[in-house]
Design a protein around this ligand. Sequence first.
Ligand SMILES: Nc1ncnc2c1ncn2[C@@H]1O[C@H](COP(=O)(O)OP(=O)(O)OP(=O)(O)O)[C@@H](O)[C@H]1O
Ligand SMILES: [Mg+2]
Length: 295
Amino acid sequence: MLLAAEAAAVNAYEKPIVTRKSIQPEDGLLVTQNLTKRFDDRLVLDSVCMAIEEGKTTVIIGPSGCGKTVFIKHLIVLERPTEGQIFFKGHRIDALDERQLAKIRTRFGFCFQMSALFDSLTVYENITFPVQQHYKAVNYKPLDELVKQKLALVGMDGFQNHYPASLSGGQKKRVALARAIALNPEVILYDEPTTGLDPITSDVINELIIKLQKELKITSIVVTHDMKSAYKIADRIVMLYNGRIIADGNAEQIRNHPHDIVQQFIYGRVGEAELAALRLGGTRFETQFTPEDFE
Ligand SMILES: Nc1ncnc2c1ncn2[C@@H]1O[C@H](COP(=O)(O)OP(=O)(O)OP(=O)(O)O)[C@@H](O)[C@H]1O
Ligand SMILES: [Mg+2]
């Protein structure tokens, strides 16, 4: 529930630049037009209009549960909109069938939240997996070269025969990144690439994202809670809140954004609504379990 003051503040942004209705399919490499998503009765994305520019890094921020992952899943139609449309290079993609989508998805790389390496496969097999899925490759020589090249890009050449269980969190993220670029994608979607990593390892990932964008001209869309990373890598930062875009600008504009909710988020301050909820919840644990309860 929003407090009245918060609701008023959000309403003041009811028509921010990016949710204008006039957005056109050719306004960006990826465009969402009035993208709305409901799960049963729950409205998660509320008429989001966004044009993502080619060759740039767009960072999406926002509180937990605000719809960031759901939003980027729509960009490759892993979720279908309840209403609205999605365009890639001016062509509508949200209505395509799975076979057509599979073809389009080869132009994307994705590093999802849990990095999702296959534990039973080696690093080599993890990286070649999308290639083999796609091209049914039987010739292993070029694959060896491809794996070497991609691992070298993320500083992990030599780890081909390791299993994910023997890698650190940062190393797993790097391998996931190598897998994401195996098919030379034009676009990479990253969902929280630095979450759970120490500051130095996070910075290695930031540098990799920048390097891939600069050297391979890849368009990057990065979901993150990590503002340090956002400021470092972003050409543009978009903030989602309650399924809507409430802020959109470069690092400087977001840092100096007048909206209280944006300021609370970027400086990690608890808002009035959360404080009220904490107060309501009391300070004592109401429910106590004893080991006998589980017998
Ligand atoms: N398949 C689904 N079915 C029902 N509800 C879903 C589904 N996927 C997501 N949701 C709901 O949509 C809302 C937005 O989820 P989403 O995963 O996009 O949040 P997020 O902004 O990525 O959060 P976090 O920062 O915690 O990852 C949540 O309330 C979530 O429970
Ligand atoms: Mg998420």
